[in-house]
Design a protein around this ligand. Structure first.
Ligand code: ZDP
Length: 274
């Protein structure tokens, strides 16, 4: 039996099990990702985050959805990992370089919040990936008789953004999985429904690939702000109102990079045996 120490964290209610694998490699962890994520038979979380040493950055972060799938990037999670590393004295830096499957991402701790340089949005269909060429902006898509207009953006992970007048009325449990698994998306997709409250205030609901509806998604909030700008619905900086709280998102005209600011908090820690 292996005993593994973990810390439970959350960013706007998007919750994570964080495991420090800097000194122990725990090679079996990927096989336990689904069990760890199970809210009844495991610890329970939207994503498992594993901190490992890195050759190319300060640390490496591996991300597993609670269906066990490994994914490229995680916005709320990287804020939590940055906060964890500082809280536990694993770094004296306040600006970090974290290696992910989506490249090196740079969180910075400022006044109790974490600001993250999320990089440049990817808009070319094949690179998101979506089985369509060029940019996908207000592209009609019919699913089970329902007409959608989709805008697709990658923040290292794929997102499909849809604008609606009242997101609380969207039957997300029905259309979330139908869009997530639509053949247009070879690696599946995260789905965001956005209600424009004003050019600086967007309300969001998210159906996450590999996790279902969550209270917040950081990469999804960034993708949604980019989609809102591309559709002429918002300023380049706005507040994203999520079920779990607010995120500040800015798409810089100067360097074309997206900046996300929000919290990352520890809840409890424990030990689990496999
Ligand atoms: O790309 C995916 O499969 C996402 N479900 C990964 C998790 C994203 C996250 N919710 C975020 O904040 O970006 C952690």
């Amino acid at each position: 039996m292996t005993k593994i120490h973990f810390t439970k964290m959350q960013g706007l209610g998007n919750d994570f099990v964080v495991i420090n694998a800097l000194n122990e490699s725990y090679p079996e962890l990927p096989t336990y990702a689904k069990k760890i994520g199970d809210r009844r038979f495991g610890i329970g979380c939207d994503q498992l985050l594993v901190i490992r040493p890195s050759e190319s950055a300060d640390f490496k972060m591996q991300i597993y959805n609670n269906d066990g799938s490994e994914v490229e990037m995680c916005g709320n999670g990287i804020r939590c990992v940055a906060q964890y590393l500082v809280n536990h004295g694993l770094t004296s830096k306040h600006e970090l370089a974290i290696e992910t499957l989506a490249g090196i991402i740079r969180p910075r701790l400022i006044d109790g919040q974490v600001e993250v340089d999320m990089g440049e949005p990817i808009l070319e269909g094949p690179k998101i990936p979506v089985k369509l060429d060029g940019k996908i902006i207000q592209q009609p898509l019919q699913v089970e008789g329902e007409n959608f207009e989709i805008t697709c953006v990658s923040m290292g992970n794929p997102h499909c953004v849809i604008f609606r007048n009242n997101v609380d009325q969207v039957p997300l449990e029905k259309y979330g999985p139908l869009l997530e698994h639509h053949p247009l998306f070879p690696k599946r997709v995260n789905v965001e429904f956005i209600e424009v409250l004003s050019p600086a205030h967007l309300k969001m609901r998210v159906w996450e690939r590999g996790a279902g509806e969550t209270l917040a998604c950081g990469t999804g909030a960034c993708a949604s702000l980019v989609a809102a700008v591309l559709n002429g619905h918002s300023d380049r900086e706005a507040t994203l109102q999520l079920k779990g709280g607010k995120l500040q998102i800015r798409w810089s005209e100067k360097d074309n990079r997206v900046y996300m600011t929000g919290p990352g908090e520890e809840v409890f820690s424990g030990v689990i045996e496999f």
